[in-house]
Design a protein around this ligand. Structure first.
Ligand code: ZN
Length: 312
């Protein structure tokens, strides 16, 4: 079964790449074996180390959210991503790359492109948000939703998708894929992304406060790679004075990084590279010290009236 699952995913990945790069589906499928430029990988090597791409938000001319006491989001998320990288590298089980350097501005489209060029097995965007209510605090994790699941998530997605140089919102690019296979790839990626988000929250919820209903979905441009399981973590609320102070502290950033690294390790235990996943929605609910995460339905309709709607 492993070979079958692996082969299917690799075919889906190839086809997803064809669509993303504008190549012809039928031409790709019609090529005789061995003639294509991107040979299919039958199975991961025995000591295959998954490629983790970390995407610290903002940078350069884009400071991101500005905290209660003036700290810039870009200066919180970059060192935290570095700590995550060190944690993962220390395990000798992963390869790690970052989408940007210190205080480098990288457009949203380019972040996704860099991850795809690296053949990422997993993509994690790292952010810290600012909410209208300064009393709100806690960490949350987002996966992609075709439609922002509530007003707050929509506003946040709009903010995070703002491309200050090119004015490009990747999420508004045409998503017409023209083939059932690409839909399957998207669906499988979505399922894996949800599983990843859940593992992150289980690991992080042991050490840090979570936002109420911390597993969420929104239309983030950086989560749109069709073939890379992706999530976006909001480390906390810079709009909350106490949480801003915590987020400034290297010790707290390291605690967050340890939790993220544990979540990534746990994800690859349940979803080894090249294998499909079972229905993640029916797995163990996320528990938080502050609230019960419970099941996180994927569809927006079922979330309405609770969860993110409590953020006012
Ligand atoms: Zn951000």
């Amino acid at each position: 079964m492993r070979d079958i699952a692996c082969g299917r995913r690799d075919v889906l990945r190839l086809l997803a790449g064809c669509v993303a790069t504008g190549l012809n589906f039928k031409a790709a499928l019609a090529q005789p074996p061995g003639r294509g430029k991107a040979p299919l990988r039958v199975r991961p090597p025995p000591r295959y180390r998954p490629m983790i791409v970390l995407d610290p938000g903002h940078g350069g001319i884009d400071p991101g959210a500005i905290g209660w006491d003036g700290v810039y989001e870009k200066n919180i998320v970059y060192p935290t991503a570095q700590y995550v990288s060190r944690q993962l590298i220390a395990t000798h089980r992963f390869r790690v790359a970052m989408t940007r350097g210190p205080d480098e501005y990288v457009a949203l489209r380019e972040r996704v492109a860099r991850a795809r060029a690296l053949h990422a097995d997993l993509f994690l965007a790292i952010h810290a948000d600012a909410l209208p209510n300064p009393a709100m605090q806690g960490l949350s994790v987002f996966t992609l939703s075709a439609k922002a699941s509530d007003r707050e998530a929509a506003a946040l997605a709009e903010s995070e998708n703002k491309d200050v140089v090119e004015g490009v919102r990747l999420s508004r690019e045409p998503r017409e894929v023209g083939a059932v296979l690409i839909d399957l790839a998207r669906r499988q990626t979505d399922n894996l992304s949800i599983a990843f988000a859940r593992e992150l929250l289980v690991a992080l919820g042991q050490d840090v406060a979570l936002l109420e209903n911390p597993q969420r979905s929104a239309d983030f441009a950086v989560l749109t790679a069709p073939d890379i399981p992706s999530a976006l973590v909001e480390l906390g609320c810079l709009s909350n004075p106490a949480e801003e102070r915590r987020l400034r502290q290297p010790a707290y950033q390291q605690r967050l990084a340890r939790g993220i690294a544990r979540g990534i390790e746990a994800y690859f235990v349940i979803s080894p590279p090249g294998e499909s996943t079972s229905d993640p929605v029916s797995s163990t609910p996320v528990e938080s010290g502050r609230s019960s995460g419970g099941r996180c339905p994927r569809d927006d309709k079922s979330r309405r009236g609770h969860g993110c709607a409590s953020i006012r």
